[in-house]
Design a protein around this ligand. Structure first.
Ligand code: AMP
Length: 465
């Protein structure tokens, strides 16, 4: 199989649907009924392409990221195949195994299985780490058709002989690139060795590194290859802005932005778990309800925070990349990169949280001088320059100590930030940047001090840490 020589057959945007109806795909009637209940009218490109391949019994290699509708792309045809070739299900012996990198993603996939399979007589369950294993062991003692799992916990259960993978007919590796990034390759290989040789394999990945190609070559037999919404096209749907700001001033700017723009639902990315906690605490201190979600939090705390964020009780969720991976929050209006990720693809993943399912979204990045290189790499990847917009009226809190001078040249006097020379900041945030054209834009890294605006609109947001 050669990925390089295969042409992508569709590069549509994630929300794009195709001129085809679900009932033309050959899916069983109870599945179509569930699709109607879910409110879908037409398949997304990945669904239109993947469903026939899977229904035909072929292996599949699919390039698609979260937000394209890929979960239904593999779940719907697999439900059909399981339903149309019924077998007596057995305790702890799934016929279908779906592997995915994170707990949240696993839970969401299983929720989709239940949603689309609600009129079928198929049993599903999900297993992931970070929670008590005993209820999972109990559940595995009952008949099961579909098992959704993260690799580590599944291997643990398999080693304890609580699950038997020898009857797996269908295997899905979802977000395979992320599973490899997270170091799951050894676990995956051990799990693959437990599966029967004869089975249908589907591999979904947003990128195709050499490692993924090797995995796919070893796993898939003459796969159909489809690709939709390549990573760097997701960025075209989202309105993006950069605010150049010192790291030490970011938390205050964050409070300010939330308050002045009256954001009701914003997902904020930090690079570290500690940073996520610190920012959430600072926002709460500023009177903004916020929660942090990351790998050190218990599963209960993560689920609760996500539920509160989704239902609007908490307007701000601060997350690390791994925790946020796969969160399915429809029509999220606003994403903020509190720090830029050092892997440019993660930027595209992050902003892909917004502008989903046809809604427009906005992504703001707070960029310190030290992140200049990351910004360049990101702009190279997405093949566009992100408008640099200064925050009107934002003023450095007087009690924040200026940072030690970074560069030797043209050092401004301590009480006169370099930003003074800059013409008046161009516009408030959250709106369309003024055409992203030259004069209104802030020049990258020539003006790293905060804009010396006149009157901050909300002083409360500008308190120091
Ligand atoms: P996914 O890429 O699988 O995470 O799906 C992204 C979102 O799209 C989920 O909220 C799905 O419920 C939704 N979705 C999936 N398929 C369709 C469809 N055919 N029409 C509209 N929305 C869909």
């Amino acid at each position: 199989m050669s990925i390089a020589s295969t042409q992508p057959i569709n590069t549509g945007t994630p929300a794009e649907t195709v001129n085809l109806h679900f009932n033309q795909l050959g899916l069983a009637e109870p599945i179509l009924r569930a699709i109607i209940d879910a409110g879908y009218t037409t398949p997304t490109p990945i669904q239109a392409k993947a469903i026939p391949v899977v229904l035909n019994g072929g292996d599949l290699l699919a390039g698609a990221q979260t937000g394209t509708g890929k979960t239904a792309g593999f779940t719907l045809p697999l439900l059909h195949l399981l339903h149309s070739k019924p077998k007596q299900n057995k305790a702890g012996q799934p016929r279908c195994l779906m592997l995915t990198p994170t707990r949240e993603l696993a839970a969401q996939i299983e929720e989709s299985v239940k949603t689309y399979g609600k009129y079928l007589n198929l049993k599903s369950m999900v297993v992931f780490g970070g929670v008590n294993i005993n209820p999972q062991i109990n559940r595995l003692s009952k008949p099961i058709d579909i098992l959704v799992a993260t690799p580590g916990r599944l291997l643990d259960l398999a080693n304890q002989r609580k699950v038997d993978l020898s009857a797996v007919e269908f295997l899905v590796l979802d977000e395979a690139d992320r599973m490899l990034d997270m170091g799951f390759i050894r676990d995956i290989k051990k799990l693959l060795a437990m599966l029967p040789k004869q089975r249908q394999n589907l591999l979904f990945s947003a990128t195709f590194s050499d490692e993924i190609k090797t995995l796919a070559d070893g796993l898939l037999h003459k796969p159909g290859f489809i690709e939709v919404a390549r990573r760097n096209t997701a960025s075209e749907m989202v309105e993006q802005t950069v605010h150049l700001v010192k790291q030490a001033h970011k938390a205050s700017l964050m409070s300010y932005l939330i308050k002045t723009n009256n954001w009701q639902q914003v997902l904020v990315f930090t690079r570290t778990k500690h940073g996520a906690n610190r920012l959430a605490e600072k926002l709460i201190k500023d009177g903004i309800p916020a929660a942090a979600i990351h790998g050190n939090k218990s599963q209960g705390a993560r689920t609760r925070a996500l539920a509160e964020f989704k239902n609007g009780d908490i307007p701000v969720l601060v997350a690390t990349d791994i925790a946020a991976r796969g969160l399915d929050i429809d029509q999220l209006p606003q994403v903020v990169n509190f720090e830029l990720p050092n892997v440019p693809e993660d930027y595209v993943h992050r902003i892909g949280r917004t502008g989903r399912a046809g809604s427009s979204g906005a992504a703001i990045s707070l960029v310190d001088f030290e992140e200049a290189k990351y910004l360049k790499d990101i702009e190279k990847l997405i093949k566009r320059e992100i408008p640099k917009v200064a925050v009107e009226g934002f003023q450095a809190p007087t009690h924040i100590e200026p940072e030690a001078p970074r560069g030797p040249r043209n050092q401004p006097p301590r009480n006169k930030p370099a930003g003074n020379k800059q013409p008046k900041a161009n516009q408030a945030n959250g709106q369309k940047p003024a055409q992203a054209k030259k004069p209104a834009q802030q020049k990258p890294f020539q003006n790293m001090s905060q804009p010396n605006g006149n009157k901050p609109a909300h002083h409360s947001g500008n308190r120091g840490r």
